[in-house]
Design a protein around this ligand. Structure first.
Ligand code: MF3
Ligand code: CO
Length: 239
């Protein structure tokens, strides 16, 4: 999973450098898939429950599971890429959100708040803490900034499969839920909306969008629980 995480991180860095007005989301998907395969790994999402691409690319009010297409990014958009990498049967899962050129200040606040919410959630991932501690840390940080956490989708265990036990909600009560143990690997993934938390699925059967049409941000890491600080397997600076 460490090795898968390194490939994943490098792939997201490559995609980040390519994001610009006029770029089609499908071009980003092709770039990512090529990078993953050239490392001898496999894009986990392709074919997962029939999903048709290597990446999920979701723009603006698209929360997650956007299907790469000929849609071109525009100045002022925010672009989310969510990516799974399988190497030798082990999975890493991560996502980031980037601004396309200059964005509205409030949207910039959303991106920073969501990335920090992820950091605060990950800081709770230690042996002896509970899943509710993670959700509570994320939710309280987000709501104190006037944003809302998506309830309909959760983080999750990850390892031999993309989605394993336990579920890791982005909301919850401190001290409640499954107890974390050293050696567990989790995908922590706050999805945060500027407006209300409600979402719906488009007719393509995949794309999750905010009901109020306002922007949403998503950051995700795969982490390893230890007795001390979690090891972030999809972070920059791990080679
Ligand atoms: N990345 C999503 C998650 O974090 C899973 C996407 S599966 C796909 O749980 F099939 F939609 F790609
Ligand atoms: Co995930």
């Amino acid at each position: 999973m460490r090795a898968a995480g390194r490939i994943l991180c490098r792939t997201l860095n490559l995609a980040a450098a390519a994001i610009a007005p006029g770029v089609m989301t499908r071009e980003l998907d092709v770039l990512c898939e090529r990078e993953i395969r050239s490392a001898g790994a496999v894009p986990t999402f392709l074919g997962y429950q029939g999903y048709p691409a290597a990446t999920c690319i979701s723009v603006n009010d698209e929360v997650v599971h956007g299907i790469p297409s000929d849609r071109q990014l525009r100045e002022g958009d925010i672009c989310k890429i969510d990516l799974g990498v399988t190497l030798d049967g082990m999975v890493a899962d991560a996502a980031r959100t980037w601004p396309v050129g200059r964005i509205r200040p409030e949207t910039g606040d959303l991106l920073r708040a969501t990335e920090e919410a992820l950091a605060r959630g990950v800081a709770q991932c230690r042996a002896g803490r509970r899943v509710g501690d993670v959700g509570h840390a994320i939710q309280s940080w987000v709501e104190a900034r006037g944003f809302s956490v998506v309830r309909a989708l959760c983080g999750h265990g990850v390892g031999r499969e993309l989605h394993e036990e336990p579920q890791v909600p982005n909301y919850g009560r401190a001290g409640r839920g499954v107890r974390l143990e050293a050696g567990m690997t989790l995908a922590v993934e706050p999805m945060v909306n500027i407006g209300r938390h409600d979402v719906r699925i488009l007719d393509d059967g995949w794309t999750v969008v905010t009901r109020d049409g306002l922007p949403s941000a998503h950051f995700e890491h795969t982490i390893l629980v230890t007795d001390e600080e979690a090891e972030v397997l999809t972070a920059n600076g791990k080679g």
